[in-house]
Design a protein around this ligand. Structure first.
Ligand code: AMP
Ligand code: MG
Length: 432
């Protein structure tokens, strides 16, 4: 007789998040310690997570930089306007130092371009719009404060300071910063491998012709897309049947990845065997449900898998975390956003970040029942301060077509029965 499934632990949304974040923190620490890193070309580094700090190799900017096209001046020369100054040279961006006027004296100015070095003596740049050039003279009609239109040498960063820390996920600005300090390659953590195991007797491969009561596997693909977006590598396993003998070996295989995501088979049906299979494999469960909709039956735990492969001493074991995500396609996607994403961040070495909600005005009233925190597919529209949001019409958490039209989820707290049109509501965008 198989061991009984774990006792049911249904927790609030906040508690479920807290538990996941707690475990994620442990994972992150061990991931950083294990230090599985690689060096990647800067062009391929966007979205990867830095495993070493990036330091400024010189002052940024390396010289006092003009931020405008205009004239480098001494600001005190412009106390009476208009002022006429002698133009002693022209400085373009990239000009050699020996071709720049050694110093600007009182009564003098130099024509200067954006990005060019400001010569000694000058303490401000007057925008060309406020000047009239006449041969070797310039008439200036506007005064400037000391330092105006100049970024002082080292004002953005001093040589040797930390620019990007370990655990930073490289966004386009960080890529630009790395380029600006000469990093054509960057050390990053290896992408975590995430096994995806779809369960269900009714599920067939995307290329198969489904029988009249069968449906094609879509969850493996939404999950693979979400995994990739999160900077990890999906490993798709074959579809598992609703039967323990078929399910357990595939779970064991999935546990060899850095994280295992199962979909389907976690509800109360007679053939929902995922929890039972995991319990048989002596899994530890942190929760077996969360008070949310969609996604209530979500399961989170970890399971020790015996490894005796190459490079590991026989019998050595390590625990792999898993999520049993509900099979309804929208539930699968939502529970990934809410719970899997923080775990993936940790597995990829990223520093933790809070779940961020935007706020927008509700276009139409929402009525619902209390008791569950809801994340309902919605459309966010309107620009600037006109952001408004409305639910998409849907047929429940199996409705992928409606969800594909949505671009966010409206978050409804568990104690609200009605939210009025015009009310500000929390909105969850993907990748928060
Ligand atoms: P379950 O959680 O196994 O009870 O499944 C809930 C619903 O989701 C059922 O209607 C399933 O047919 C559907 N479902 C489960 N797995 C998938 C999948 N991989 N792709 C699409 N639909 C699925
Ligand atoms: Mg099922």
């Amino acid at each position: 007789m198989s061991p009984p499934p774990a006792g049911s632990t249904i927790v609030s949304f906040e508690e479920a998040r807290r538990v996941v974040e707690q475990q994620a923190e442990l994972i992150r620490a061990s991931r950083i310690q294990a230090g599985e890193t690689e060096s990647v070309d800067l062009l391929a580094a966007a979205g990867r997570v830095l495993s070493e700090r990036v330091i400024a190799d010189r002052d940024l900017p390396p010289f006092p930089r003009s931020t405008r096209d205009g004239f480098a001046v001494r600001s005190t020369d412009l106390s009476a306007l208009p002022a006429t100054l002698e133009v002693i040279g022209e400085i373009k961006a990239g000009e050699r130092l020996d071709r720049i006027p050694a110093s600007i004296a009182s009564g003098q100015a130099a024509s200067i371009m954006t990005g060019a070095p400001v010569p000694t003596g000058a303490d401000a740049v007057v925008m060309v719009e406020y000047t009239v050039a006449r041969k070797h003279r310039v008439e200036i009609t506007k005064s400037v404060a000391p330092g105006e239109n100049i970024v002082a040498r080292g004002a953005e960063a001093r040589e040797g300071v930390l620019l990007l820390d370990c655990g930073f996920r490289l966004n386009p600005a960080a890529i630009a910063l790395a380029a600006s300090v000469g990093k054509s390659r960057l050390p990053v953590y290896k992408r975590p491998r995430v096994a995806v195991l779809t369960t269900g007797d009714e599920i067939v491969d995307v290329d198969a012709t489904p029988g009249p009561t069968q449906i094609r596997n879509s969850n493996s693909f939404s999950l693979a897309a979400q995994i990739q977006q999160a900077g990890a590598e999906p490993v798709l396993l074959p579809i598992a049947p609703d039967e323990l003998h078929g399910l357990c070996p595939l779970i064991a295989k999935g546990l060899k990845s850095d994280l295992l995501l199962l979909t389907g088979g976690v509800s109360m049906g007679c053939y929902d065997l995922v929890e039972q299979a995991l319990a048989e494999m002596r899994a530890e469960f942190f929760f077996t449900g969360a008070k949310i909709q969609p996604g209530r039956p979500v399961v989170f735990g970890r399971c020790v898998v015996e490894t005796c492969g190459a490079g590991t001493p026989a019998g050595e074991s390590s625990a792999t975390y898993f999520f049993g995500l509900p099979g309804n396609p929208v539930s699968t996607m939502v529970t990934f956003e809410l719970f899997v994403r923080p775990m993936l961040k940790a597995l990829s070495g990223q520093a933790p970040r809070n779940l961020v909600f935007l706020h927008a005005r509700l276009k139409k009233e929402i009525r619902t029942r209390t008791g569950l925190q809801r994340f309902l597919p919605a459309i966010l529209s309107g620009e600037f301060d006109q952001a408004e949001v409305e639910l998409v019409a849907w047929q429940g958490s199996g409705d992928i077509a409606a969800t594909a039209r949505a671009n966010c989820y409206i978050v409804i707290p568990p104690d609200r029965e009605r939210m009025a049109a015009g009310e500000w509501v929390a909105v969850m965008k993907n990748d928060c």
